[in-house]
Design a protein. Structure first.
Lengths: 441, 315
C-alpha cells in the first residue's frame, strides 16, 4: 500500500446519504398510494370464485364445446357481471371446457351466484307445458324494470317482436276451458319440468303464471312476480344481457366472507412485518455496516416489488403475500453471498477497497446461476399452474428480478460510495471481521 | 460465526454414509407411509364442502353443531381454529349444492354478523392441480439439468436433482408422519422448496467448481473430498445465515400468519430445513462419490490405453 495518506472523500458519503434520504422520502410519500392501488384477491377482501364446467344445452346435446362457444359464454357472463356492478371481475377459460369466475368484493354473494348460473331462458308455456313463445320472440334488449299500473308493484316488462304474436297467444288461451286459462312464464325450463309439479315448489323456476281471460292486443308483456325493485331490475338486466349458450355446472366454489378475508390479510401482513423486522435486525447484528446497506436496499426492494406488481395489474392473494415475504429471503441471500465474499477477501488480507471489488465480482456469477435456476422453476410453475399457484409464481419471478436490481446493483452502488470515499479503510470491524482473523501476507 | 477453512476440523465427507443412510431410511419410511396410510388429504382433494364460521367470541363445536341442526344440517366434522377458538370449520363430505350453501351462509350471517366462507370442490380439481404440479416439477427438472450441465457439468446436475427430490419427498414424509391436512397451498409450498433447494445447492456447487479449478491434480477420492470439504466450510456461514433469514420470514408466517397460511408455512419451514440439510450433507457428498467414480474410470481407461500402446513394442 502506498504510504501517501489520502483524505476521506466526503462528497461520496454525501451522495450516499442523498440517495438514502431520497429513497426514504419516496417510500414514505408514495407507499400508501401504492398499497391502496393494489388489487386484492378475493381471499383477502372477500368475494367468491366459481369453477364451472361447460355443458351443451339439453336440446343440442351433440354440440361440441369449442373455443368459440367458450368465448361466447365468457362474453355473456361478462355482460351479466356488468349488471351486478362488480368492478374488475376475472373470467378465465381453463382447459377444454371450464370457466373460472372470480368476483371480489361482492356484497350479496347469494344473489350473484344465482344470477351468474341462470341461463336466463325466458319461456311462455301453457298449463300443459306446451311452448307458446320464448326469448327469441322478444325485442332484443327490450326488458325493463317497471311498476304495475294499479298495484304499484315492481314488475319486469318485455316487448314482443311480432305485433300480433302475443295477441294470438292470448286469444288461444282465453278460448280454452277456464282451468286452463293460464300463461306460465318460466325461467330456465328444462325437459321434464312440469307446471303442476313446479308450481308446488317453494323456489320454483316459474316467474309467474297470470290468468288470461281475454285477448290482450298489445306488444308489451308485463311480468309480475314476487319482485323487489332490485330483483326486478336484475332480471331485466340479465334478460337484456342475453341467454347463456350453454349450461354451467358448478365444479367448485370458494367463497370468502369479507370479515374473514380482512382478518387473514391483517394476520399475514403483521406476520410479514415481524419476519422482515427480524431479518433486518439479524443483518445489522451480523454484518454491521454492510447490514445497514442491506436494510436500505431491502426496503427499496419491497417498495419496488409493490410498484411493479401494480404495473402488472396483478392480483395480490394470500400465497402472493407469502411469495413476497419469501422474496425478501431470496434478496437477503444475494446480499449474504456478496457480504460473505467480501469478508473472505478481507480475512485473506486484502484492503477494504480491493476486497469490495473482488467480493462483488466473484459473487455475481454465483448469484446469477442460483437465481436463473430458481426463475426456471418459477416459470414452469407459472406455465403449468392454475390461478393461485400462478399468482405465487408471478410474485416469485418479480421478486427475483427485482432483488437482482436492488441486492446486487443497489447494494454495490451504496457500499461502493462508502468504500471509495476511503472512510472505511482499515476498519474491517465495521464489516464484522476481527483484526485477529486477518491472515498476514 | 466464523469458519476458517484452514483450521476448521469440520469434516462433511467422513460421515457421508451416515447422512446417506439417515436420509435413505427416512425417505423409505416416507415412501412406505405414502403408499400405505397416505397423506391426510384435505377437502381440496376430496369431494365435499367446508364452511368456515367466524364468530365474535369463543365458540364451541357443540354450539356450531346446534346452529347447523337448527336449519337441518349435520356436519361430518367440526374443527375449531383461531387464537380464541372464534373460527369454526364444518366439513360436509359429499358436498352441498348451491342452495344449501346459500342457506347456511345467510343463517350464520344472521347469527354472527359475518358471512361464512364456503368452499365446495370436486376432487378432480385438486387432483389435476397435484398432477400438474408433478408434471411441472419433472419438466423443470429437465430444464435445470440442461442448464447446470451447460454452466457446470452433468454430474452437478444429477446431484442437484437428487437433492431436489430429497427435499420434496422430505416434506411429503413429514406430512405423512404427522398426518397434517394437505391442501392446495401445500402444493405451492412444495414447489417453492423445489426452487429454494436448487438455489441453495447451486451456491455450494459454484464454490466447489471454483475450488476445483484451483487444484492442480485431482485424482483420488481424498483429493475430491478435500476440495468439497473446503468449499462447504467456506460457504457454511452463508448457508446458515440464508436459511436463518428465510426461516425468520417463514416462521413468522407460521406463528402469526393465521389459519389460512398454517399448512403452507409449516411445509415451507420443514422444506427450508431439509433444503439446507441436503445442500450441506447430501448433494456435495453425492457429487464427490460420483465424480471420484468418473475419475477412476477415466484413469483405468488411460491405463489400459497406455498398456495397449506399450504391448506391441514388447511383442
Amino acid at each position: 500500500m502506498a504510504k501517501k495518506r489520502k483524505g476521506v472523500r466526503k462528497s461520496l458519503i454525501a451522495v450516499f446519504f442523498a440517495i438514502v434520504i431520497a429513497i426514504g422520502v419516496m417510500i414514505t410519500v408514495t407507499a400508501e398510494e401504492q398499497v391502496d392501488d393494489i388489487s386484492l384477491g378475493l381471499d383477502l377482501q372477500g368475494g367468491f370464485e366459481v369453477l364451472y364446467e361447460v355443458q351443451p344445452l339439453d336440446e343440442e346435446e351433440d354440440r361440441e364445446i369449442d373455443r368459440e362457444l367458450l368465448t361466447d359464454t365468457v362474453s355473456a357472463l361478462n355482460a351479466r357481471i356488468d349488471v351486478l356492478g362488480v368492478s374488475e371481475p376475472s373470467i378465465n377459460i381453463e382447459g377444454e371446457d371450464r370457466i373460472r369466475v372470480q368476483l371480489a368484493g361482492v356484497d350479496d354473494q347469494e344473489q350473484a351466484r344465482e344470477l351468474l348460473s341462470t341461463q336466463a331462458r325466458l319461456e311462455f308455456r301453457d298449463v300443459n307445458d306446451e311452448l307458446m313463445m320464448d326469448g327469441s320472440d322478444l325485442v332484443e334488449g327490450g326488458a325493463r324494470q317497471n311498476f304495475h299500473g294499479e298495484t304499484n308493484e315492481p314488475i319486469v316488462s318485455v316487448t314482443v317482436d311480432d305485433a300480433t304474436l302475443f295477441e294470438d297467444i292470448t286469444r288461444e288461451i282465453s278460448s280454452r276451458p277456464p282451468e286452463e286459462r293460464q300463461l306460465v312464464i318460466w325461467l330456465d325450463y328444462e325437459e321434464g319440468d312440469s307446471f303442476e309439479e313446479e308450481a308446488m315448489k317453494e323456489d320454483s323456476k316459474i316467474v309467474s303464471a297470470p290468468r288470461v281471460d281475454e285477448v290482450i292486443p298489445s306488444r308489451d308483456v308485463m311480468i309480475s312476480g314476487n319482485f323487489t325493485v332490485e330483483s326486478a331490475s336484475d332480471l331485466a338486466g340479465i334478460l337484456n344481457a342475453g341467454a347463456l349458450p350453454v349450461e354451467l355446472e358448478e365444479l367448485s366454489l370458494n367463497s370468502v366472507g369479507a370479515q374473514l378475508g380482512e382478518r387473514s390479510m391483517e394476520l399475514a401482513v403483521n406476520a410479514g412485518i415481524v419476519g422482515i423486522a427480524l431479518i433486518f435486525a439479524y443483518m445489522l447484528f451480523y454484518y454491521r455496516f454492510m447490514g445497514a446497506v442491506a436494510v436500505v436496499t431491502l426496503s427499496a426492494y419491497i417498495y419496488m416489488v409493490l410498484v411493479i406488481f401494480n404495473w402488472l395489474n396483478a392480483v395480490l392473494t394470500l400465497p402472493g403475500i407469502a411469495a413476497l415475504i419469501l422474496g425478501v429471503g431470496m434478496a437477503v441471500d444475494a446480499n449474504i453471498i456478496t457480504f460473505e465474499r467480501i469478508k473472505d477477501e478481507l480475512r485473506s488480507g486484502r484492503s477494504v477497497m480491493s476486497a469490495f471489488k473482488a467480493g462483488s465480482r466473484r459473487s455475481l456469477s454465483t448469484i446469477l446461476d442460483a437465481n436463473i435456476t430458481t426463475i426456471l422453476a418459477a416459470a414452469v410453475l407459472f406455465y403449468f399452474g392454475t390461478s393461485a399457484v400462478q399468482g405465487f409464481a408471478v410474485m416469485l419471478i418479480v421478486s427475483i428480478l427485482t432483488s437482482f436490481l436492488t441486492a446486487v446493483f443497489g447494494a454495490r452502488l451504496l457500499l461502493g460510495l462508502w468504500v471509495n470515499s476511503r472512510a472505511l479503510n482499515k476498519k474491517p470491524r465495521l464489516f464484522g471481521v476481527k483484526e485477529s482473523d486477518i491472515s498476514e501476507i | 460465526m466464523k469458519f476458517n477453512p484452514e483450521t476448521s476440523k469440520l469434516d462433511f465427507i467422513k460421515h457421508r454414509k451416515k447422512f446417506f443412510a439417515f436420509s435413505g431410511a427416512f425417505l423409505l419410511t416416507g415412501i412406505i407411509l405414502l403408499f400405505t396410510i397416505g397423506l391426510n388429504l384435505g377437502i381440496d382433494f376430496e369431494s365435499g364442502t367446508t364452511v368456515d364460521v367466524l364468530a365474535d367470541e369463543e365458540i364451541t363445536a357443540a354450539e356450531i353443531d346446534q346452529q347447523f341442526a337448527e336449519i337441518g344440517y349435520e356436519p361430518d366434522d367440526i374443527m375449531l381454529a383461531g387464537e380464541n377458538n372464534e373460527i369454526g370449520r364444518a366439513s360436509f363430505i359429499g358436498g352441498l349444492d348451491q342452495e344449501e350453501s346459500l342457506e347456511i351462509q345467510s343463517h350464520f350471517e344472521d347469527i354472527y354478523g359475518s358471512t361464512p366462507n364456503v368452499s365446495t370442490i370436486t376432487p378432480i380439481v385438486g387432483e389435476e392441480l397435484a398432477q400438474n404440479a408433478v408434471i411441472s416439477v419433472l419438466i423443470a427438472t429437465v430444464g435445470i439439468i440442461i442448464y447446470v450441465t451447460f454452466r457446470f457439468e452433468f454430474l452437478y446436475g444429477v446431484a442437484a436433482i437428487v437433492a431436489l427430490f430429497h427435499d420434496a419427498l422430505f416434506i411429503l414424509t413429514v406430512f405423512a408422519v404427522t398426518q397434517m391436512e394437505v391442501n392446495i397451498p401445500f402444493i405451492a409450498a412444495v414447489l417453492t422448496i423445489v426452487g429454494y433447494s436448487i438455489n441453495d445447492t447451486i451456491v455450494t456447487f459454484d464454490r466447489i467448481r471454483e475450488n476445483m479449478r484451483l487444484e492442480k491434480v485431482v485424482n483420488t477420492f481424498e483429493d475430491i473430498s478435500r476440495v468439497v470439504n473446503k468449499s462447504l466450510v467456506q460457504t457454511l456461514a452463508r448457508s446458515i445465515n440464508t436459511v436463518l433469514t428465510v426461516v425468520f420470514a417463514a416462521g413468522a408466517l407460521l406463528l402469526l400468519g393465521g389459519e389460512g397460511l398454517r399448512v403452507f408455512s409449516f411445509a415451507l419451514v420443514v422444506g427450508l430445513v431439509a433444503g439446507t440439510y441436503s445442500s450441506l450433507f447430501i448433494a456435495a457428498q453425492l457429487w464427490a462419490v460420483l465424480k471420484s467414480k468418473q475419475i477412476a474410470r477415466r484413469l483405468r481407461r488411460e491405463e489400459l490405453k497406455a498398456k495397449e500402446e506399450a504391448e506391441p513394442e514388447n511383442a
